[in-house]
Design a protein around this ligand. Structure first.
Ligand SMILES: *[C@@H]1O[C@H](CO)[C@@H](O)[C@H](O)[C@H]1NC(C)=O
Ligand SMILES: *[C@@H]1O[C@H](CO)[C@@H](O)[C@H](O)[C@H]1NC(C)=O
Length: 389
């Protein structure tokens, strides 16, 4: 035997080792399989859980969507109700227009009798045959948002100039001049605007551009009306406004003491004094000499007034509330007596941002340039004959 027996043993031994190895491998494989089975189990459990979770979330989303729909429907319903209420209030106000004008009338007549001489409250001689009054606001255009919350913008109320004059704020010494409406609306900066620095600072929002002149209010002790030639940039005339103890003319616009206005018949000053502190006064001005031709105590209250303008010799005062709501012309005083106050239309302005810090009527365009909380707005007016109301 010898080596030969060893040769035989070797493969036997190798056979046994192989067996062990195979068993080992099989055990490992079984272990692995077990683990894989576990993973499989787990992953299918996870995916089930994930599916359940997804369904749950979808359900929740659906409920949320339904609730949102319901809320939206409710909000829409509320808005519709508010709208209807507002219309009803408007209607009621139209049915019961502004009692103050009528109420104060008698007091006014007495007072007028007493001060007739001083106030020259004789019958007013109309200078033109203008017989129109405002029927309603026909259209509104929001031009842009520029400058401070209060201010004034206007064109020349007489003549054909297309220039736009802007007084930003309630006191300053500079006026911006844009060549046309286009330049004013297109550019946000004041780069395109010419600046006029006035020799005396202006105060309030009652200034007026009329026939190439700027008529503005200067405060320094008593109020002064300055007439400034816009072509050669010089002060042509100035006069101390002949009213004593002046107070802000509009209850809701405390920065304005004198409002200069132009209409089809010329120049007017709207103001108020301590002597007659409940109501607004009106004066006719001579545009050349700045003299006062005639004065009136009007029945229009100062309280809750936010602005005023004159149309064909009739003062129109716009009222609002302290928390700004709908602005409306609620008191009309016609110096020629052609338009009885109870026959004037109650004119509503569409509800906008806040309250009007200025309202400039342009007799040549029959529209009002308004400054509403920093927005520059144009209201086109629908006119009617005074006697056809
Ligand atoms: C005028 O307004 C400008 C800002 O627009 C301001 O810087 C300037 O000081 C004001 N000037 C006066 C005199 O109030
Ligand atoms: C400016 O024009 C007015 C006429 O509107 C004239 O009276 C005045 O003398 C002129 N001033 C200057 C400095 O040219």
């Amino acid at each position: 035997m010898g080596p030969c027996c060893c040769l035989l043993l070797l493969p036997l031994l190798a056979g046994a080792q192989q067996q062990q190895f195979m068993e080992y491998v099989e055990r490992r494989l079984a272990l692995l399989e077990e683990r894989i089975a576990q993973w499989h189990d787990q992953s299918s459990r996870y995916s089930t859980e994930l599916r359940d979770f997804k369904n749950q979330v979808l359900g929740m989303l659906e409920t949320a969507e339904k609730e949102r729909e319901a809320l939206r429907a409710e909000a829409e319903g509320a808005a519709a109700r508010v709208d209807r209420l507002e219309r009803e209030v408007d209607y009621l106000e139209t049915q019961n227009p502004a009692p103050p004008c009528v109420e104060v009338d008698e007091v006014l007549v007495e007072k007028q009798a007493a001060t007739a001489k001083q106030r020259k409250n004789e019958k007013y001689n109309k200078l033109t045959d203008c017989s129109d009054t405002i029927a309603s606001v026909r259209a509104m255009k929001i031009l842009k948002r520029f400058g401070s919350s209060a201010g004034l913008w206007t064109k020349d109320a007489a003549g054909s100039s297309e220039k736009i004059y802007v007084f930003d704020g309630t006191a300053n010494d500079t006026v911006f001049v844009f060549p046309r409406m286009r330049e004013f609306t297109l550019f946000s900066a004041t780069r395109r605007a010419a600046r006029i620095k006035l020799p005396y600072p202006w105060v309030g929002t009652g200034h007026l551009v009329y026939g190439g002149f700027l008529y503005y209010i200067r405060q320094q002790g008593p109020f002064q009306v300055i007439k400034f030639d816009l072509a050669n940039k010089t002060v042509v005339d100035s006069s101390v406004f002949p009213a004593e103890e002046q107070i802000p003319v509009f209850g809701l616009s405390p920065f304005t003491y004198i409002e200069l206005a132009a209409d089809e018949e010329g120049l007017w000053a709207i103001y108020a004094t301590k002597e007659n502190e409940k109501n607004i006064c009106l004066a006719k001005l001579d545009p050349d000499s700045l003299d006062i031709e005639q004065m009136w105590d009007t029945p229009c209250p100062r309280e809750n007034a936010e602005g005023a303008f004159v149309v064909c010799g009739a003062l129109h005062v716009a009222y609002n509330t302290r928390l700004p709501s709908r602005s409306r012309v609620q008191c009309v005083f016609d110096v020629s007596g052609t338009l009885p106050p109870e026959e004037a239309s109650l004119v509503y302005f569409p509800k906008r941002y806040g309250s009007h810090s200025s309202m400039k009527y342009s007799p040549r365009e029959r529209q009002v340039y308004a400054w509403d909380d920093g927005y520059q707005i144009i209201y086109r007016m629908e006119m009617k004959k005074k006697l056809e109301v």
